[in-house]
Write a protein of this length. Structure first.
Length: 311
């Protein structure tokens, strides 16, 4: 049967010794091709020999397999294949060769070797990362972080990546979201976190750290009193956060869309001349969440405008 292409070799049909002369003729016509085109349609073969599609399929799969070899593009070895239908043959060829018939096929030996090398490389990379993480703890690299970055690192200890994003989304908003990304990258630069990224988009999808690092969280955490989560009596805060509940009677004339009552358990001090960042986010049942935070609390250096795009 000659080669379809120089990239596919040793093409032959395995015909069972149990075949009759009629069956041999059917099998030969079925597998006869020129280039990548089969010369006889299945329909013409069935009409000529008055057989059904199921009879033709059964005959080919049980007594007329096509066998061929594909050389490896990386070594002198080659792999052998056998197919029981034209569809299987074309599928195998398409997977092994590109559209312009330049072989990109790699044999099982080369694939296994590449996997072993990739695994070894990954182990070596992880070992290097762990060594850097260990060294960062020894040199107390958290001392180089801003208060905002220290707080984020401590939150990494108690939140997974999805939870961390949900936590900072209402605090930063879309205009300042780049601060979230760059803070994680800064923490990674000091080898306190190892960021995992999407192989295609390069977006951060997770992070990891040495468990040993959590034993230093008291040293990492901000020493000065924070007011973000504190609502003890007698303690002041300069941040305003509360939920605006939907007014059930808002459809009546002159009624507000959101009403309710609230008791603040601490003194809230809003200073004149201070620049505040405010946000309003939708919540379940059409409720809203309001925040008013001094810009300096986020320690945003430099300041980013809403038009800045991440490169």
């Amino acid at each position: 049967m000659g080669n379809i292409n120089e990239k596919v070799s040793n093409i032959r049909v395995q015909v069972s010794e149990k075949c009759t002369e009629r069956e041999k003729s059917i099998i030969e016509l079925y597998w006869k091709f020129n280039g990548f085109e089969f010369l006889n349609t299945a329909k013409s073969i069935m009409e000529t020999f008055e057989i059904s599609q199921s009879q033709l399929n059964k005959l080919i799969s049980s007594r007329g397999l096509l066998m061929f070899s594909i050389p490896c593009g990386s070594c002198p070895k080659f792999d052998d294949f056998q197919v029981s239908s034209r569809l299987n043959f074309k599928s195998t060829i398409n997977q092994a060769l590109t559209s312009n018939l330049i072989s990109t096929y790699k044999c099982n030996f080369c694939i296994s070797k590449e996997q072993e090398e990739a695994c070894l490389k990954n182990v070596q990379e992880q070992k290097k990362i762990n060594e850097n993480l260990e060294k960062a703890i020894e040199t107390e690299n958290w001392l180089h972080l801003s208060n905002f970055q220290k707080g984020m690192l401590c939150n990494c200890f108690k939140m997974n990546f999805v939870e961390l994003k949900k936590h900072y989304r209402p605090i930063l908003g879309s205009d300042n979201w780049i601060l979230f990304i760059e803070s994680l990258e800064t923490i990674e630069a000091y080898n306190l976190l190892s960021l995992q990224r999407n192989s295609t988009t390069k977006e951060i999808i997770n992070y990891r750290y040495l468990d040993k690092l959590t034993s230093f969280k008291n040293e990492i955490s901000i020493k000065e009193a924070t007011t973000k989560s504190s609502f003890d009596l007698g303690i002041e805060t300069n941040e305003l956060k509360f939920r605006l509940t939907t007014n059930k009677d808002q459809h009546y004339p002159d009624r507000p869309s959101h009403t309710g009552t609230i008791i603040f358990n601490q003194k809230i001090v809003i200073e004149p001349g201070v620049e505040y960042i405010y946000g309003l986010w939708p919540r379940a049942n059409n409720n809203l969440y309001l925040t008013l935070i001094p810009q300096e609390n986020l320690e945003r250096l430099p300041t980013y405008g809403s038009s800045r795009k991440r490169k």
